[in-house]
Design a protein around this ligand. Structure first.
Ligand code: ZN
Length: 318
């Protein structure tokens, strides 16, 4: 008991969750009308989520599901205290996102050169140059940039990526002026052990873990275990997707962001506050399911929270 109390004491007291379903999730689905995307974003904001990845300012010919990004950002019912973020691939995208009122920009480079070339059609060095320009534009407009490193825990083309290489990219992004950084397990190759090794390398590079966010996929069933491993190190920023919506269209076989409601259910039980209403989040997960017209992999949305008791009905044989 005393040991458990000691373990809990190392966890952060609160967690900053970024909901990525409306972008990372929906970009892998058949295009959903803007009005439905806006409905989902508004439902998520109403549940208490304070950061929502609302749009991607890629060219619509590259990702048709993300067309209408401006319309999404200008149609949402903006809640005070909620940051509506946008993913931008280049300076042009950053200009569009800032003009549409994005509160924060996200940009990323892949730690795997092959993945970067396939995904963004640029070398990592070219991508870093583009991110420098994105940071400049965002800061001129007074908005922060959360810069990410993708394929942090391995790449289906290149295999394992050395944690020191990933940490090196993070350092370069911070040197370029990024306000915070996030590490993406784009293809779901992370494990608690590899989370620990990456965070060792990040700390070894002198980067404070308060700047670090983590983006896990549950492709191989380790998503929540990875988040727990990171929580034990004091990391408090996580991405998750409502209902477990999404994956990565450029990584074969990669699917399933960790479900926001599953993560909230776990961390709240650990005493880590999220400020999110789990009941409203589960409603939003069912809305997401209705919008995409297929069953989503989230589990708490099916089973309900563990505090949900079922009445005993003697008429039903056991
Ligand atoms: Zn993802």
């Amino acid at each position: 008991m005393r040991q458990w109390a000691a373990m809990l004491s190392v966890l952060p007291t609160q967690c900053d969750l970024r909901e990525v379903g409306p972008r990372d999730g929906l970009q892998n689905e058949a295009p959903v009308p803007v009005a439905e995307r806006v409905r989902l974003i508004d439902a998520l904001a109403a549940s208490g989520v304070r950061r929502i990845e609302a749009a991607s300012f890629v060219h619509p010919s590259a990702i048709p599901a993300m067309a209408g990004a401006e319309e999404v950002l200008t149609s949402i019912d903006r809640r005070p205290g909620v940051s509506y973020t946008a993913l931008v691939p280049n300076r042009k995208g950053a200009e569009r996102a800032l003009a549409a009122g994005a509160d924060e920009l996200e940009a990323f480079v892949s730690a795997s050169t092959t993945h970067n070339l396939k995904n963004i059609k640029r070398t990592p060095t070219e991508t870093l140059e583009e991110i420098a320009g994105i940071v400049e534009l965002a800061h001129a407009a007074g908005r922060p940039v959360d810069a990410g490193v993708a394929t942090c825990f391995g790449c289906p083309y290149e295999g394992d990526i050395e944690p020191t290489v990933v940490a090196g990219y993070a350092q370069r992004l911070l040197d370029l002026g990024a306000d915070t950084i996030f590490f993406g397990d784009t293809t779901g190759m992370g494990s608690p052990r590899r989370v620990g090794l990456l965070l060792d390398a990040v700390e070894g590079a002198g980067i404070g873990l308060e700047l670090v966010g983590l983006h896990f996929h549950d492709t191989r069933g380790t998503g929540l275990a990875n988040a727990y491993a990171a929580l034990q190190r004091g990391v408090s920023r996580f991405d998750a997707s409502i209902g477990g919506l999404g994956g990565c269209p450029y990584a074969p076989g990669a699917s399933g962001n960790i479900a926001t409601e599953d993560l909230v259910h776990m961390v709240e039980d650990l005493g880590v506050a999220t400020g999110i209403s789990l009941g409203s989040l589960i409603d939003a997960a069912h809305l997401a399911e209705e919008i995409v017209g297929r069953r989503l992999p989230g589990q708490v949305m099916r089973a309900g929270p563990r505090s949900l008791l079922v009445s005993v009905d003697p008429a039903v044989p056991g």
